[in-house]
Design a protein around this ligand. Structure first.
Ligand code: NAD
Length: 363
């Protein structure tokens, strides 16, 4: 199959849909891979690396779309790309259709086969192509939180690990899912005292089993949250209600109960945030302050570490790319229920119920 990887054109997106390791595997399997010149620069993968792995380097995005049967990328196609996408061309990327009617209509009109990373499922119902980005964001939340606890950037002036003779900082993690566990692990590694809250006892039991004793689990409820925000230096929001807006676990009135310079990192900002005062920020301007509480709410945290994020993403997408390339999309989807769940739009029809329901299109 002819596979093409364009350079991402979304603002500040430095990830790329395939690494040289992916090119090597695909070309060994007899496929032809074209990479747009410079596509991997932002992630630290250069044209020469791709060429050595067996890729063809093409100069323009138009050539990539024109010459490929399957497009592999990271973010949803932007309006400039819509006219380049054609009937029966497979596009494998994050789409997030439900939040973008224009994109949905453009892909219906194109007749392309749109397989969305975010809805591919594992047999246990988990989302294997979303998990790595939550892992990155969870770990980054502590790195960023630790930085904004510094005094020159208006934090409390607390070193999370403490030093001999000085108690460590305290981190409160809301949600013991992928983000929460990775955040707790990083904070514990720095030597901070960690409290992690969830409503799912299975998750709390798991955390209790695998984490060191300075990571304490408690049930998530308003009483416990109000108690802990008074004494914790850094609060991480990592809750998720599948397909719904995140619940407001930290309400505006609670800010007054926190100590000045407390830092809140609301990773769940992409689902509306789990803190009432959250609004999305960018890597250029990541924080704002309300009632002396520092808010960090960057909606695409993995974008700041494109090398790690690209490798983490392509590790999990490559097996699917290989299957689609080897078998063709129809057979690959027929043989794999999880991949079939990724099939959102094909041949002008919306195949994913939730998207059809959102835009009231017949399935
Ligand atoms: N900002 C970013 O760049 C970025 C990157 C990746 C993921 N995210 C977001 O982070 C959020 C978390 O993702 P995840 O992969 O960890 O989800 P997950 O499903 O693995 O975990 C969510 C956890 O929240 C728990 N929860 C639900 N209600 C709760 C409550 N009232 N109190 C405490 N816990 C509660 C659930 O039981 C679950 O354990 C999502 O909104 C995701 O989209 C953001």
């Amino acid at each position: 199959m002819k596979i093409g990887v364009p350079k991402e054109i979304k603002n500040n997106e430095s990830r790329v849909g395939m690494t040289p390791a992916g090119v090597l595997e695909l070309t060994r399997a007899g496929h032809e891979v074209s990479i747009q010149s410079g596509a991997g620069d932002g992630s630290g993968f250069f044209d020469e690396d791709y060429r050595k792995a067996g890729a063809r380097i093409l100069g323009t995005i138009e050539e990539i779309y024109r010459e490929s049967q399957m497009i592999v990328k990271v973010k949803e196609p932007l309006p400039e790309e819509y006219p380049m996408i054609r009937e029966n061309q497979v596009v494998f990327t994050y789409f997030h259709f439900a939040s973008n009617e224009t994109l949905t209509q453009a892909m219906i009109d194109s007749g392309a086969i749109c397989i969305a990373y975010e809805t591919v499922e594992d047999p246990d119902g988990s989302l294997p192509l979303l998990t790595p980005m939550s892992e990155v964001a969870g770990r980054m939340a502590i790195q960023q939180g630790a930085r904004y606890l510094e005094k020159p950037v208006k934090g409390r002036g607390v070193l999370l690990g403490g030093v001999p003779g000085v108690a460590p900082g305290k981190v409160l993690v809301l949600g013991a899912g992928t983000v929460g566990i990775q955040a707790a692990k990083m904070a514990a590694g720095l030597g901070a005292h960690v409290t992690i809250l969830d409503v799912n006892m299975k998750r709390l039991r798991y955390v209790n089993d695998v984490m060191p004793s300075h990571v304490v689990t408690e049930f998530s409820n308003e009483y416990n949250i109000r108690r802990h925000i008074k004494t914790h230096d850094l609060i991480i929001g990592g809750v998720l209600l599948k397909g719904a807006k995140a619940p407001n676990l930290i309400t505006r009135d609670m800010l007054k109960e926190m100590r000045p310079g407390t830092v809140m990192v609301d990773v769940a900002v992409d689902q509306g945030g789990c803190m009432e005062t959250t609004h999305p920020t960018t890597h250029e301007d990541p924080v704002y302050i309300i009632d002396d509480v520092v808010h960090y709410a960057v909606a695409n945290m993995p974008g700041a570490v494109p090398h790690t994020s690209t490798v983490a993403l392509t590790n999990v997408t490559l097996p699917y790319i290989l299957r689609i390339a080897n078998k063709g999309w129809e057979k690959a989807c027929l043989e794999d229920d999880g991949l079939r769940k990724g099939l959102n739009i094909a041949g002008g029809e919306v195949l994913y119920k939730e998207i059809a329901a959102t835009f009231a299109t017949a399935v």
